[in-house]
Design a binder for this molecule. Structure first.
Ligand code: HEC
Ligand code: HEC
Ligand code: HEC
Ligand code: HEC
Ligand code: HEC
Length: 217
């Protein structure tokens, strides 16, 4: 019998099939990695803003409380954005000639609000509420990272479902006393957190909240 196929064909086809399978698997891994990367989740990326407002300057160095500008963070789902008037409380007196502040002065004169580019946004089918987290002792920096060191704000966590669930399974690993929620420098060691978390779990009646309807209503 003459051989129709060269004996090496089998090897070639195996390699090809293996190659295709491997390629698909690698592709899948790459897609999964992409979904979790900053490109897709926006984590770690800053946005251009109409005014280069710096949290490092205002919240970090000057120590202005978050609530001075994000006034509804304790009692509503939304933290809220400061109106131009809030900036002018100070900038009518200081840095009045600054070029960087020209859009702020224009906005104050025209009454047209400054349009900040949004950095964080959870998917539409997800319910999020700041006030609950503040009331239960979850600090701003726990979710938003080192805000006091940020010139422009970037998104610290992925905001993916697993990011929420990691804390919702065992919130005692992450909570702090309520009066430290706005503290930019709050830190605990592992063993301190273990002790504190157990105490606050009792005190604040913390539950693990992983039912779908907690966040999908
Ligand atoms: C003097 C006013 C002021 C203070 C104080 C302030 N912020 Fe802001 N914050 C702003 C402004 C203006 C923006 C919009 C521009 C930007 O995103 O940087 C903003 C944006 C943010 C954002 C991003 C919002 C988005 O678009 O997703 C976060 C998070 C935030 N602030 C957290 C904090 C925290 C935490 C504190 C306290 C440690 C704080 N801010 C204190 C004025 C302030
Ligand atoms: C409580 C007072 C206060 C408030 C409120 C405030 N700022 Fe400032 N801001 C300052 C001070 C003080 C400086 C100078 C800081 C420095 O030089 O380190 C400054 C600096 C700046 C600068 C840099 C100016 C330059 O030319 O270098 C910008 C831009 C700015 N602020 C924007 C804003 C905006 C926008 C708001 C409102 C969301 C705001 N600030 C609210 C006190 C304030
Ligand atoms: C449990 C995590 C978590 C904590 C704690 C938290 N945030 Fe947020 N923050 C988020 C998420 C998620 C969003 C996006 C919400 C959305 O898209 O509706 C957000 C959005 C924001 C925004 C944009 C405006 C808005 O309300 O959507 C600001 C400003 C902000 N946070 C400030 C703060 C401040 C100040 C604190 C501390 C008091 C704080 N956050 C604590 C998760 C958190
Ligand atoms: C670092 C911890 C932490 C992270 C991250 C976190 N949460 Fe929470 N969340 C809590 C705690 C603590 C509570 C209050 C639990 C309790 O009442 O026992 C809570 C409560 C809630 C509630 C209120 C449920 C109710 O009906 O009272 C909602 C809604 C919620 N979280 C949504 C989210 C979403 C959506 C995300 C992610 C975008 C998120 N959370 C991320 C800690 C966290
Ligand atoms: C603590 C809040 C939280 C809880 C509890 C939760 N989810 Fe989600 N879920 C989210 C967030 C945040 C997203 C958005 C992720 C994104 O933007 O990609 C999401 C997205 C989803 C999606 C869209 C696909 C995806 O992964 O983005 C599905 C489907 C989903 N959730 C199903 C569920 C089911 C089923 C449960 C209950 C077993 C559940 N979720 C519980 C926060 C939650």
């Amino acid at each position: 019998m003459p051989q129709i196929f060269h004996p090496s064909f089998n090897t070639v086809s195996k390699v090809t099939i293996f190659g295709a399978v491997f390629f698909l698997a690698a592709g899948g891994v790459a897609v999964a990695a992409f979904i979790r990367s900053g490109y897709a989740t926006n984590a770690g990326i800053t946005r251009d803003q109409p005014v280069p407002f710096s949290h490092q300057q205002h919240a970090g160095a000057l120590g202005i409380d978050c609530r001075y500008c994000h006034t509804s963070v304790e009692n509503s789902p939304y933290a809220g954005m400061p109106p131009t008037k809030t900036c002018m409380n100070c900038h009518q007196q200081i840095w009045v000639g600054s070029d960087m502040l020209a859009p702020v002065r224009d906005s104050y004169k025209s009454g047209k609000s400054i349009e900040w580019s949004r950095v964080h946004r959870v998917a539409d089918h997800v319910y999020f509420d700041h006030s609950v987290h503040v009331a239960k002792g979850v600090g701003c920096t726990t979710c938003h990272g080192p805000v006091g060191e940020m010139q422009l704000i970037w998104q610290h966590g992925s905001l993916l479902m697993e990011w929420c669930l990691e804390c919702h399974r065992a919130p005692e690993k992450f909570v702090r006393p309520r009066d430290k929620v706005f503290d930019l420098d709050w830190k605990t060691t592992g063993s301190e957190q273990k002790e504190l978390g157990a105490k606050l779990k009792e005190e604040y009646g913390l539950k693990s909240m992983i039912h779908c309807s907690t966040c999908h209503r």
